[in-house]
Write a protein that binds this ligand. Structure first.
Ligand code: FES
Length: 175
């Protein structure tokens, strides 16, 4: 079991949070069914979150957020149905579109965040997540990221990585 768990974990961890590998044993001792349950969450801290749990077939969706975010989700559902995987990628640069774009790409296995290190700005000890959060919230230039987080305000060697995050979130709308 540990070998299979490891193998599946490697396969899904690159794009998904693999929440649980559940073994269902039916009546016969010779048959095992394996169900992968994945949980994906995208969020703007203290404002909006969208969480999808799936076993590969159906989607269990939870969300909470500002009026703009909730209205966008309702509108997309009305136009394209309940399966978020089949929704077109939103092209806006507002925080709601950015979050939904991340979710759609993650559900499709196409989310490739450009920075793998946790710590982007070593001088100021600013993480990729902190930078990413302010980009989602509206800081779309390196100067505005610096103003809000202090990243890139010393030696400046992290500035290209900050730009990569902005580019991925804002300019690479198709992933
Ligand atoms: S590493 Fe970010 S300012 Fe030096």
């Amino acid at each position: 079991m540990s070998g299979l768990h490891s193998c599946l974990g490697n396969r899904f961890n690159s794009t998904y949070n693999c929440l649980l590998l559940k073994q269902l044993l039916n009546a016969s001792p010779f048959y095992y069914w394996w169900v992968i349950i994945m949980k994906i969450k995208v969020e703007l801290d203290d404002r909006d979150f969208l969480e999808v749990e799936t076993d590969g077939s159906g989607l269990n969706v939870s969300m909470l957020g500002c009026t703009e975010f909730m209205e966008m989700m309702q509108k997309m559902k009305r136009h394209f149905g309940v399966d978020i995987r089949k929704w077109p990628l939103p092209e806006g640069t507002d925080h709601s579109s950015i979050l939904l774009r991340e979710m759609v790409l993650k559900l499709r296995g196409e989310w490739i965040f450009p920075i793998s290190e946790n710590l982007v700005c070593k001088c100021r000890a600013i993480s990729a997540r902190v930078i990413d959060q302010v980009v989602i919230a509206g800081a779309h230039t390196t100067d505005s990221v610096t103003k809000q987080t202090s990243a890139s305000s010393a030696c400046g060697t992290c500035r290209p990585d900050v730009q990569k995050i902005i580019d991925y979130r804002i300019h690479s709308k198709l992933g």
